[in-house]
Design a protein around this ligand. Sequence first.
Ligand code: PMP
Length: 386
Amino acid sequence: VATNNFPSSNGRTIPATIISPNTIIELEKGDPVVFEKYWKKRSEECSIVIRGWELMSYLGDAKNSVCWYMLPEVERGIRRLHHVVGNAVTNDRYIVVGTGATQLFQAAVFALSPSHPSQPINVLAAAPFYSEYQDEVSILRSGLYQWGGDAASYEKNEPYIEVITSPNNPDGIVREPVVKSEAKGKLVHDLAYYWPHYTPITHQADHDLMLFTFSKCTGHAGSRFGWALVKDIEVAKKMTRYVQMSSIGVSKESQTRVAKIIGVVCDGYENFGSMESELFFEYSKRLLRERWEKLWAVIDESKLFSVAKYPKAFCNFTNESSEPFPGFIWLKCEEGIEDCESYLLEKLKIRGRGGKRFGVDSNYARLSLMGTDDDFNEFLKRVSNA
Ligand code: PMP
């Protein structure tokens, strides 16, 4: 493998793999491998040993009358993490855990849908919306709910469920509900990216049903773990029922790892001063900031592509005012390029996800900013030479 010296995101010079100009750079999925370097440095303290006889039961906590498959240390860890970060209220909230926020989103839609509807309830999200919602809602052609499209253009006087993704995937914008209908609506807040590395923490979110994921918080997408903070016990129980029907709970191996890693993150903040290494959110924010700064330098010079600028806000967690540093680049192709996804693939050999999948025009495309240093640097090189 050919290598070349390249400045890394921590300022040191490391050998970078030279990527052939014919190799396709895969930036279509939001795989958060950018955080791997941090966890490599904390390798020992984050390791767990699970013996052959351990964690054999379906049960996690027989005393938990709502989410009976959740391990108590996971519940404590999640409450502690939100307390440390200050991004969401956990008092008087039930916690339901799932195999990723993907499973919990479906559990939430199921739980909020009327049980015996005359017609399926509409599930909406403002465009550009996270592209998977539509498929997740439609795949089983449920009689309970159906995909209703762009929330901003919903005019029916019928009950609905609106998903508010904030900050939004794909465009990183902080959002509020948008449906204007007189009809009764229920809200799901997908706060997958409401963490200090991606966006300033301006307040403690306090909604009825909030979804979070370990995938985007620490980057451990492979653990397939997410959680919901739910105000209403009946909704929480119905979500648990959905998870039970779908997978009878969540892997205890994953839960054990989640509890361990959340513990390491929180210990760092609560014993501040005693740690040698940089703390997780500071490290990961610095890393994303560095990538965004490099990106701006290239985009500002580009005649083909643009990216909207974000306003600054004060972050209560980091005690500084800063722009958001989203995990995705929401790229707009300038006039003359109608299909941004095809242009990127055919001309630059960069695979992104086109605007159509997010409910908007094909002159937009989403690219992951969370991939490896090599892929990101090669992406910048190709865009600046375009
Ligand atoms: N919601 C949003 C907004 C996401 O971006 C993602 C992951 N791309 C998910 C939910 C799903 O996350 P998980 O890996 O926990 O299933």
